[in-house]
Write a protein that binds this ligand. Sequence first.
Ligand SMILES: [Zn+2]
Length: 161
Amino acid sequence: MGVRKGDTVIVISGKEKGKKGKVMNVDGDKVTVEGVNVAIKHKKARNTKQKSKREKINAPIDISNVQILCKCGKATRIAHKIEKGKKNRICAKCGEVLDKKFVKAKEKAKEAEEAEVKDKDEEKDTKKPLQRREVKHVAESKVKKTQVTKQVTGHRQIGGA
Ligand SMILES: [Zn+2]
């Protein structure tokens, strides 16, 4: 089935049909879904120190009774997609990646990439004026016909400082 802990699922058959919830645990062919198949167990006080109480028991249901509920709003089968050598679960209907960990990692990588691009842009901005200045100096020195070589080297030192 490929349903994992943390997935949002919808019950497609059985007495809890139509209920949605988050997978709390997967154990073999059984799945415990938050708010699905909740039984109230009455615990009766056995002595005067104990109090009678009702306990909610979230019982597991058959994994074949649930389907992944995708962000696209559809109950779906799970398809697989291999990206960068890693197998990811995707929605068979819309292709959305279902693995939250992967999605988060992807977002982080994107953010890091954007930050890097920003850094490079800033670097360019600081370099550009220097380059322009240098070109200007070279052009100026070319205008002066005497001692061209000496002036160029002198201006380059200023430009580099
Ligand atoms: Zn989908």
